[in-house]
Design a protein. Sequence first.
Length: 495
Amino acid sequence: MTIQERRRTQGLNLGLVLAIVLSIGFYLWMSWRTLGLAFPLDDAWIHQSYARNLALRGEWAFLPGQPSAGSTSPLWAAVLAGGHALGLDPRAWTYGMGTILLGITAWLGARWVSQRQGSERSWHWLAALLLVFEWHLVWAAISGMEVPAMALLVVVVLYALDGNRWRALFIGFLIGLGVWLRPDAVLLALAAAWVIMTRERFQIRRILKAFGGLLLGMALPIAPYLVFNRLLSGAWWPTTFYAKQAEYAILRQTPLLQRVVEQAGLPLVGVIALLLPGIVLGGVRAIRSRQWFRFAPLLWVCLHLGAYALRLPLDYHYQHGRYAMPTVPILLILGVEGLLGWLQLDTETVYKRVISRAWLASVIIVAAIFWFLGAQAYARDVAIIESEMVATAHWVRENTHEDDLIAAHDIGAMGYFGEREILDLAGLVDPIVIPYIRDEQALEALLDAQQADYLVTFPGWYPQLISGGTQVFTTNGSFSPLAGGENMTVYLWRK
C-alpha cells in the first residue's frame, strides 16, 4: 500500500467514525429532548438486571437470590455487566458497546463488499455509510438489546464463509458462541453447511471432515450453554424461548404464506426496498459464474425469516421487527454489491447513466429520510417506556411494602427499579405461567394462590383479570396514548 493509499484509507476510516458519532448522537439527542436518555424497550432492563446482579453479587439472577434462566442472551448480559462492575452509568456503557459494534459491522461490511466485488474501489465505503445510517441498526445499537452483537456475529461468520481462508472448527465455534447471544444463531450452521458442500464440490471425505470440524466447534460453546439453562430452570433453553412462543401462539393460526410474506417484508421498511434489484443482480452474476457458495448469505436470511414465520411470526408493530433486524446488514451488503456492480455514472449510454444516477440518489435520499424517521421513533419509544414502565416501577418502590408481591407482565423496569418480589405473568424468568399464559381465569387463580398484593399491567392486556383488583395508580402519561396505547395501571389485588 502506497503512502497516498494509506492516507486515503485513514481518511475514510476517520470519516466513518465521524459518521457513527453523528448518527448515534442525533438519535440520543432526539431522545434527550423528548423525555431523557434511556432504552426503547422494557426488555432492555431485564438484561440490565441480570448484568447488575452478576457484577455486584456474582449470581445469575433477575431478582437477587433467585437464580433463573430468563435471559435469552447471557453473553450480552455478561458484556453489560462490565459497566456495572466499573461503576459506570449502565446507559452510557450500553450505548458505547452498541456504537462500537455498529462501527465494526459497518467497517467489516465495506470490506465484504470489496471482497465480493473483487476490487478496492472507494465506492465500497457506501456500504459502510449506509449501515451507519440504516435506521433499524441505529435504533438497535442504542436499544440496550443484543441485536447489534448478533448482527455483527452474523456478518463475521458469513464474511468469513465468503472468503478462502477459514476453518470449519473456527466457524463452528463462532456459531456456537452466537447461541449465547440468541438461540437462532444455530441457523448459521446451515449456511456453513451449504458453503462446505458447494466449495468442496461434493467430495465426500472432505465434506465429512469439514462437517466434523463444524459440529465440534459448535459443540464446544453450545454444550455448556445447554447445561447452564438446564441447571437454572430444568429446561435446555432459556425460559424466554418457550414463553414468547406460548404467548403469541395464536399468531401461528394465520396462513403460513401470509406469515412468510410478513416476515420477508420486515427488513424492507427503509432503504433495503430500493436495494432489492441489486440483490437480484448479484444473484444473477453468481449463477452465471457458478459460484453457488455466494448464495450462503441469502440462504441464511431466508432461513432466519422462515424460522420466525413458523414459530414466532411477530409483525412490524412488535418492536419494529426486532427479531428480523440481524438480516438487515446482510441484505444491505448484498444490495450495495449489486448496485455498485451495475452503476455506470459516466457512461455515454444515456439511459444507463440516468438510471444509475437516479438509483444512487434515491438510495441516499431514502436512507436519510428513514434515518430521520427512525430517530423520531426511537425518541417516542424511549419516552413510552420511561413514562409507563419506569414511572410505574418507581411508584411501586415508593408506595408499597418491601414484602409485597407484584404480579406484572412487563417485568424489565419493574425488576430493575421496583425492588419488590415479582410474579412474572409473561413467563420470561419464571415458567410457571407458560401453560396458561393467556388464560385469564387460570391467571386469576394463580394470583390468589400466590397471594399477590398488586397487579401491574396495561388494562387491555387482561380485560377480565383486572376486575379482581382495585385501581390505585395510573401513569397518565401522554406518549403511550398518542401512539395508540394505554397507560400502565396498578391494581390492589383483592384481599
